[in-house]
Design a protein around this ligand. Sequence first.
Ligand SMILES: [Zn+2]
Length: 425
Amino acid sequence: MNSSNSICIKEIVPNSKSVVINFSAGPELKRFFHQQSFFAEYDINIEAVPKSILVIPFLTNILPVAWANGIDIYVDELDCEFNEAVIDLKMAFKGLYPKLIKSNSNIIANRIVENKKWTGERTAQLFSGGLDSLATLVRKIDERPFLITICGADVSLNDRESWEIVQDYSKKIAEDTNTDVLFIKSNFKDFLNHSELEVKFGSIVNGWWTGVQHGLGLCGLSAPLTFAKEINAFYIASSHTSNYKLPYGSHPSTDNKLRWGSTRIIHEAYELTRQQKVRVIANYIKSDYSSLQIRVCWRAGSNGGNCSQCEKCSRTIVGLLLEGIDPNGHGFRIDSHFPMHVRSQFESNAWKLDEAVAFQWKDIQARIPENTNTINEQYLELFNWIQTYNFKDYQPGILLKAGGTVAKILPAKQKKFIKSLIGME
Ligand SMILES: [Zn+2]
């Protein structure tokens, strides 16, 4: 019977375009939830989707909470492919976070269901309009993947204005690339109490959302859509390459284990650095899509557009300039003050880079020598400065924090690499 210290699904309430899942959390777990009710809304009819699939959006967002606390989750019906995937997923997360994941935590289902299989060729991808998801779209353009854009994470549920702009943006890209867009709204981030998760697990994990939840959670949220549309391959664009050695919430070792029905999740473009993705997009702009707009900025007040000022916007602008693309035609606005803006932000230490971002600036540095002829001469001085700037001046945060967990499992060569990144050598 259910342990009092478990997560138990009380009811799954399906509607034509949404699902609500009410659950109870045992006394020691309540503090990790703002609400014991989860919802996901879609913009297509999902009436034909069985409960064994409808429960996946919820499960993918609480599984790591259950694993970290060593507790069981009780469900009525579970898709058989997903049930098997969860066993692999737990081992994969344990590989990333040996100190976080407990072995004595399972999903206990009354019934394992074998759902219908399909053999179609439709694919889908998570789509924000940032460099990662745009590069994946360009690479998979012949498949015409459904673009799935989600409200409830980068765009918060109550920010209607930004959500409208983001929706318009995704629709335009879908129209211009001859594919379709699907939208999801969910409290999948808000229903968890991230502050409490940080209090308990912050010494092991670099942010619950980025470090643990987002890959599994974003993909799982799409399960009802992939079932309704009979999607076989579902892409989540990589954020990092294999050179990034720290645990992260979206990683090929975990994302690629996830599956349900006939849908397989694929962590896409792991072999490409951010600047290599800029090149993929720049080539597509030059060959096929001269009006492509890029959207990378989530800064408060940017209203679903790019502020063209923050570190992320600036890094993207510099990346585009380096590939011979004028950012002004692609979602950004810069003028002759831009080079000085970048220099002054770094020189005054206004931009605190974490390790991953510092790595991306170094990636830009490495590309400069081979692309000097492509750079507009108005920006040559900026690139000369970037090439000689020491991007080690940043916060070592996660590396120091994760040191105990990660550094121990790394080979000596990689330890040396990380130490050099954080300036310990
Ligand atoms: Zn910005």
